[in-house]
Write a protein that binds this ligand. Sequence first.
Ligand code: ATP
Ligand code: MG
Length: 337
Amino acid sequence: MPTVIEARDLHKTYVEKRGLIHRRVRRVEALRGVSFKVEKGIVFGLLGPNGAGKTTTVKILSTLLIPDKGRAWIMGHDVLEEPENVREIIGVSLSVERGFFWKLTGYENLKYFGMLRGLSGKELDKRIRELMDLLGLLELGADTKFYEDFSLGMKARLSLARALIHDPPVLILDEPTLGLDPASSRHIRRLIVRLAHEEGKTVLITSHNMWEVEVICDYVAIINKGKIIAMGTVPELKRMVSKEIPVEITGYAGKLVSEKDLREAVQEALRIGRVMVNVDKQGKVRIRVLVENGMEDSVVNRVLEILKAKGLKILEAKIMEPSLEDVFIKLTSGAES
Ligand SMILES: Nc1ncnc2c1ncn2[C@@H]1O[C@H](COP(=O)(O)OP(=O)(O)OP(=O)(O)O)[C@@H](O)[C@H]1O
Ligand SMILES: [Mg+2]
């Protein structure tokens, strides 16, 4: 299969100047050498936590941002040297959308962007109706509703319709289902898979949702702190944790607990770093530990003791199937997650 998207050794550092009187400069190394190749007709997932560098990568591939170092190509066109050619063959949807007109309907917005792409008349009208139908926008009334009255799900669908208006062979979608309800997410996920597998389009999506990537991506690159830390198909990646068993413990903390404290306590007791801790705003705690095969019972007991000592009310402890989350935990062992 031919390579459709290629990123080679991309580097990007943001320099932020802060403070009016006391000037401070903060440098953020967003990308520290990102390389990957995407073959034709697949859904490729760039998976990583907040701040990993996903949007930065997407912006470089879409010609919206210039890297400090490195190169990238879309269907053989260099994004730095031939940005016009690249823009013709890609459809882009960014997670934070600007650029739609609030006082125009969904239909009128698409008409505007279609005309920018050189489409017009009956052909454009037909294309818009097709896309609105495909994305379930007609049944939501997006042809007559103003954009300002759109729900989040409708905005995401319209953004995808805009990316598809000129029927591009390559789609670059930054967190396409972020913040959407289950029905909208499912609709978009199904469409993405169909566009790749049935229409032969090459789709790059970013996500921090490991489950979503597992379900729809043919090939995955895991990015963390500006570096790709693993690549492969989902089964290939899961084989990296085949010797371990994931155990998940959920509980409630009566008071505010810090993720860092809990992680350190569990890590210290287990003398391993393979732990992920999430605490939500309601004080619900989710801890995932990778345990060596055969050690589940003793490890779970030890972790439960620590958590009880920390004042946690335990809700559940269960043995899980390995997921991409476990690959991530294994690869970032000991590091802040
Ligand atoms: N314009 C900017 N100025 C300064 N720092 C930035 C800028 N854009 C991004 N960053 C920083 O660069 C790093 C990578 O950001 P990026 O948006 O690429 O991550 P991401 O993987 O898309 O994260 P998220 O899941 O939150 O969308 C982060 O630390 C972020 O704070
Ligand atoms: Mg982002």
